[in-house]
Design a protein around this ligand. Sequence first.
Ligand SMILES: [Zn+2]
Length: 501
Amino acid sequence: MLLELLCLWLPLLSQLLAADQPYVTLRERIMKAEQMASLGGNLWLTADEEKANSILMIAKRAEIAEGIKYPEKYAPAMHFFQGKQYVRQSDVFRIIQKMPKGAFLHGHNTAMVSSKWIISNLTNTNNLYTCRDINGVLIFTYDTASSNCHSEEQNVCTERINAEDRHQYERQLEKHINMHTTKPETLMPNKKLIWNRFENIFTTVDRLYKYQPTYCAYHKRLLEELCEDNIIYAEIRASLSPLYDDNNRTYSSLDVANQLERIVEEFKAKHPDFVGLKVIYAKRNRASEEKMAENIRTFKQLHSAKPNFIIGFDMIGQEDTGDPISKYVNEFSDMPSTANFFFHAGETNWYGRTDWNMMDAILLNTKRIGHGFALPKHPQLWSTIKKRNIAIEVNPLSNQVLGFIWDLRNHPASFLIAENFPIIISADDPGVWGAKGLSYDFYYAFMAMAPVEADLRFLKQLALNSMKYSVLNSVERRKFNRVFQKKWQEFIANIINPKFV
Ligand SMILES: [Zn+2]
């Protein structure tokens, strides 16, 4: 009896040592136990899934073997800006691109669409101008009279026509809305520089996307890019700031929500497998209590008008330099029971400072946590998160590009993966660093953050988690499940068909 009781809470290693087993058996059993306990470890695969898994794992092991021989070309251990060229040649990546990935749960609308597409498709109208604002940042604008220009305006169409090399001109423009640099190591030590560059991008596109026709074209493309990456549902952070048009009409936040909802419904009519898109109303994390109270009032109005479309509230901006969640406890104390918080929290390298935002997020009953990068440092918090099943939205490439970590094999979410935490993988702002959808982040999670032997079970569990932690009503959940199962079977059939390669 005593022995049985002891077994219940002695770690496996101690149990095995006490049982006096051969050394080789001990090793195997310990590794098996870790594998079973990690994310996806207890998923069961069908015979066809096992076949697909073998193909996936042959490709994965080959890439790792190559990476050990040629570490200078091993993308999972490199910065994305330097590794992307190798990712694009990867068989594992190709399989991940084809995989149905479920839901995109952490993204900011104005940074989700590919910068290249924006320059090629949204800068062609003859009423678009560029100029420099007071800080020298390039801004796009349609209404030169009311913009913040501190330099002469240049008509984009005229400049493009006059340019010696049109493609070169477009590449130059794109640099203003993309973080890419060939030497990310020079940016890495200076977070202020990185975040300035990042926030300048939002300044550059602000007036562009606030022009109603462009806003609509942009969001149609956003949905297309999700579909192209085999994503069937999204919950995006958006500020729903007022829009303007040529007729001097101003669209209120509710008008903007209506426009966006209409775009989503039209898209769903053309793409019957698409489940939908919902909005997390997101406002800056630098504001007075009065301003935040006003934000919450607007949110409540929007939510009561569209409870199944505007589903929650979040704060955005660099967390280390922004105001803490605790500043607004009073303003956040009275949320409608149908709404949720989805706080960004713990997106920091600090220990015992900014990271306490995760505690406030939990105390305010957050539905999910954006990033939770600092979570493994806080046992009180992670044990509660696991018990309450609060999902952590992990954004690998965002953490790298924004300067929190260089080698993603050291990402703290490896701990969450090992412990089978409720996590989902997302992409944050893929359009501004040359990623698209979720595939690149899934690739890095699979190749850099998960154990070497993590397989199809891991990837499938990530997709299943994205469905589990989405905010869906029962009709939507049934549709999600049905579409996902169908697409998953097609995906498996596609991999095991020899023509796939
Ligand atoms: Zn974010």
